[in-house]
Design a protein around this ligand. Structure first.
Ligand code: ADP
Length: 170
């Protein structure tokens, strides 16, 4: 895959369709950075909120989707969606060839490797493509944002404009 990606980049071509799944509770500028970089590489990227029943969420799915739509409105080849099934099943349904994930640390790497391997067992025609976090955002996570909010800290530098506005109004 890496070699194929390299050849495609050298030829200035893009690689079909990818999905970028996550909780996005809430979307951060770290997520957007990955999305912008992925949108340069793929013809189309679908950023998809994957419902995770185990996780207690801060924002409702509808709000998270609205935030994502606002944040991506100027990236022509990005679409936003919601899914409550399996990531791989969603990728298949959308005829996507890749799953995008971000890696911030060794901890992420180990976690992401397990998920990518499991997904590969389900369907090995779909590749997981990793983007290393921009060092400016490698400390940043939605859970950190939620933690800071609980402590009354200002998070507006780290979330998208609409999330910051929504938080001001709560
Ligand atoms: P999940 O619950 O599936 O981990 P998240 O919304 O927390 O959903 O993250 C979605 C993806 O974005 C994950 O692959 C995560 O590693 C990546 N990610 C989150 N924050 C950042 C960041 N600051 N920089 C790069 N990637 C990130």
């Amino acid at each position: 895959m890496a070699l194929r990606a390299l050849h495609i980049i050298e030829r200035g071509e893009k690689m079909s369709k990818a999905i970028f799944p996550g909780s996005f509770d809430p979307v951060t500028i770290g997520h957007i950075d990955v999305l912008q970089r992925a949108a340069k590489l793929f013809d189309e990227v679908i950023v998809v909120i994957l419902h995770n029943g185990d996780k207690q969420s801060l924002f409702r799915v509808e709000d998270r989707l609205t935030f994502l739509r606002h944040a991506t409105k100027n990236i022509a080849n990005v679409r936003c969606a919601y899914e409550d099934g399996l990531t791989v099943a969603f990728a298949k349904k959308e005829h996507a060839s890749a799953i995008i994930r971000g890696v911030r640390s060794i901890k992420d790497y180990e976690y992401e490797m397990d998920i990518a391997t499991a997904n590969r067992h389900i369907d090995d025609s779909i590749e997981t493509v990793f983007f290393f976090a921009d060092p400016r955002y490698s400390f940043l996570s939605s859970s950190l944002i939620r933690e800071w909010l609980r402590c009354g800290l200002d998070v507006s530098d780290y979330v998208t404009h609409e999330v910051a506005i929504a938080l001001q109004n709560t």
